[in-house]
Design a protein around this ligand. Sequence first.
Ligand code: SF4
Length: 351
Amino acid sequence: MDSSSHSIWRASQALVWLVGLVILLALWLWPPIGIHAFWNVLIPVAPALLVFGTGIWRNVCPMSGNALLLRHLGRSKREALSPTKQLALQWIGLLLLLAIVPLRHVILDTNGPATAWVIGGLTLLAIWAGNRWEWKSGWCSSLCPVHPVEKLYGVDNIGTVPNMHCTACEKCVDPCPDSTEGFHLQHPDLDAGRRQLGTLMAGGFPGFIWGWFQVQDYSDGTGWNHLLEAYAWPLLGMVASLGVFCILRSACSARMDPERGPERLTRFFGALGVSCYYWYRLPMLFGFGPFPGDGMLVDLRSDLPEWFPLASQACTTTLFFWWMVLRKRNTKSWSQRPAYADPGMVDFSQF
Ligand code: SF4
């Protein structure tokens, strides 16, 4: 990479980190602005960014910057993470995701400081994991609650970008989600435990998203009275879509290519998940949600035609199914693997 590209990446990392800091401060000091910036701008953009540019996101994510700062400074412990521990951390990451998202309806979507506390807690966890384990193994590829979503949506990125964190590859995770071509939740190089986790995520997440959108936001502390509702809808949706996933997989297993078949099913469910998200979320941003005012960025109901929600749903669903399922498969990795720290290491994922 030439020095100007390197500088542009570093400037982008610094800029996104600063934006993250400003949003965090706004959540504390000016909650209505912080809530809009975080829940109604940043988060709605994130799924599309993961679909088209997971590698870009992993380079500039402020949380990965926090996690890896000590490693960049040469002051982290750099412990090797065993596959068993990595699986345990990945389970915790997924459970964090499933625990935090329903809390949005209970308190986070309407309470800036509560959101800031959650982000602050995750930041401490990221710094601890990044300090303890080598490169991205502890946080970015294990404990981070967004990582399961990256793996579900990031099956077909626009291109491969340089890895702006790992200066030399220590093979800290195997297979490395950043550097393995055609990586997905059912990748054949994953062991049985991680494939099971992948099945839960790929099969269950579309239903989890659907269930999440069936619950309204509660404010002023009233959400705690609706805790059961906030968790029951997404989790029941998750069970239902996981059931469909497993039925389809066993029904097609005889006819499926053992390598391509699970990947196709995973891509299909990834497209289902992200399409379901924008099906509800995009109209909501402009005031067309099922619960008036929830998740609204700007009220355009009197400016946009009545058919706007249907048009946006048709466009986003077509786009994601075409990109992730129908068009010619692209197996590029999220980012380039840097040279191995130990020249004796071999990248078997390339064979
Ligand atoms: S590129 Fe190498 S060092 Fe970096 S996360 Fe992947 S396996 Fe770890």
